[in-house]
Design a protein around this ligand. Sequence first.
Ligand code: ARG
Length: 570
Amino acid sequence: MIDFKSEIATQISKITDINKIEIEQYIEIPPNKELGDYAFPCFKLAKNLKKAPQIIANEIMNKLEKNNYIENFEVTGGYLNFYINKYELIKSVLNDIETYREKYGSSDIGQGKNVVIDYSSPNIAKPFHIGHLRSTVIGGALYKIYNFLGYNAIGINYLGDWGIQFGKVMAGYSMWKNEYNFEKKEDELNSILKIYVRFNKEEKENPDLTNKAKEWFKKLESGDNEATKLWEWMRKTSLENYEKTYKLLNCKFDSYHGEAYYNDKMDAVVKELEGKNLLVESEGAKVVKLDDYNMPPCIIITSAGTTIYATRDLAALKDRINSYDFDKAIYVVGNEQLLHFKQVFKVLELMGYEKYAKNCIHVPFGLVVDKNGEKIGSRKGNSVSLEDILQESINKVKKIIEEKNPNLENKEEVARKVGVGAVIFNDLSNNRIKDEIFDWDMLLNFQGETGPYIQYMYVRTNSLIKKAGYMPKMSDIDFKKLADKESINIISLLYSFGKIVKDAGNNNEPSIISRYLLELAKNYSNFYNEHKIICEDKKEQDARLAITLAVQIVLKTGCTLLGMEMPEEM
Ligand code: ARG
C-alpha cells in the first residue's frame, strides 16, 4: 500500500530538516477535498523560525518536487495542501484488496504482544443482566480487532461463579425443587433462575431464608460434598447455556477462570500486601488507603473477615501477569465499576507492578435503555436473557422475510445472520460510553443506520457480481473510468480502512468501525444510484465491478470484526 502521508512527510523532512515522524504527526486531512488530500499546517514552525506561516508554506512549496504520487500542491493561508495522484491511489487500493482480500486492512503492529481481554463475565446462577450483552458484544469485537492487528488476544470469561447467590439458589433448590422442571436438560437453567428470583422475593418477608442461604454458602465455602456437587452442576448448566449464545455472537474465550478459581489464591495476595506494608486496619476491616489519590480505601478483608471482589480481582491480575506477561489487560465492564477498577489498578501499582498497572485498561460502557430513556432489565425480577433477545430478533427477521421474500433459500440461516447482526450492530453503532437505545423498530430498520442496512448493501454487491457473471482482474482495469466523485469517495474510504481498524484498537472503540461501515455502505449506495454498473461500455463496467468487489470485501471484513456474519442473499 502506498503511504501517501509518509511520501509527503519524507519530502518536507528533507526540505525542513525536521524529523519525518514529527512531520507525519502534523499532517492533517483537510475537511473538504477542494483543499487537497493532505495538508501540512505551518503554524508550529512559525514560532521557531520567526516567520509568518504562509511565508514558510511558500518556501517549502518552492522546493517541493512533483512525483508519481504527488500531483500538485498549493498554499492556502498557513497550510500547504497536497493533491495526490488519484490513479496511483486507485491502483494501489484495488490491487491491495485483490491481493490481500479478507486480510486487507490487517496489520502486524501487535506482533508478539499479548492482550488479555476480560469480557462478558456474567454472574452465574443469577439471571443474565442485560449489561452483559454489551460486555459480550464489545469485548467480542475487541478480541477480533486485536487479533486482526497482529496481537495475540486472550479472551477471559471471568465468571461470577462464587458468592451468596449460590447459597440462595441452593437453599431454594433444597426446599422447592419438586415445584420446578428439572427433568429436561434445557429447562434446568431456567428453573435455577426462577428459584433465585423467587428466593429474593420471599426473603424480604422471611428473614429466616437469609440465614438458610448463608448456611448453604458456608457449606460451600468449607468444601461440603453436597454443596460442592450442586455448585459444579449449576456452573456447568449455566455455561452450557451461555455457550449457545456465545456461538450465535461468534465470541470466543480462551479461559473461563472465574472468581471461584481464585479462592485459594487470595491468601498470597493478602500476605504480599501485608509484606509491603500496604494493609491497614480500619473499622475492623483491612484496607489499602488511597487518600493520596483521592479515592476511598480499597477493602481487601471485610470486617466479617472475608475476602471481597477487589481481593479476587487482584489475585486474578497477578495470575494474568504471570500467565501472559501482558502488553495490555482490558476489562470490558459497565461504567458503574469505574471506581472499583481505578482502585484495583492503583493497588497493583503500589504493590510495585507499575509496568503492568499502567497497561490495565477499564473499557466502560453505558446502560441499555428503551426509546424513552428508561433502563431495561432492571430489578423487577424479569430475567432478560441474551438468548431470548437474540431469538426474538431472529423470529422478527423471519417474519419480515416471509412477507417480503418468501421464496428465499436458506431462510433460517439468513434470519439468524440478520437477526443477530442487528442486535450486535445496534450495540456497537455509537460511542460505547453512551447509553444504548434498544428499540426493535429502530434496530431492524433496513433503511436506517443498522446492521441489516449494511448487510443489504453487501447482498446488493453480491447480486451485481453474480449478474455480471465474471470478475475483471484489477490489473486490467482502466483507472480513468473511476475519476468521478462517487468512485473517488469510495476509494478514499477503502484506503483508510487499515487506519480505521488501528484507531478502533487504540481507543478500544468498535464503533469507529461501525461508523466507517455505514459511511462505506452509504457511499456505495450513492455510487450505485449515480452510475450504471452493468453497462454498455465494457471498460466502464469492469472498473465499476472492481469497486463493487472491493466494497464487498471490506464490508464483510469490517462486519466480521464486529462479530456479524454476512448473508449472501436476503
Ligand atoms: N461479574 C461481574 C459483574 O457482573 C463482572 C466482572 C468483570 N471482570 C472483573 N475482572 N471484575 O458485575
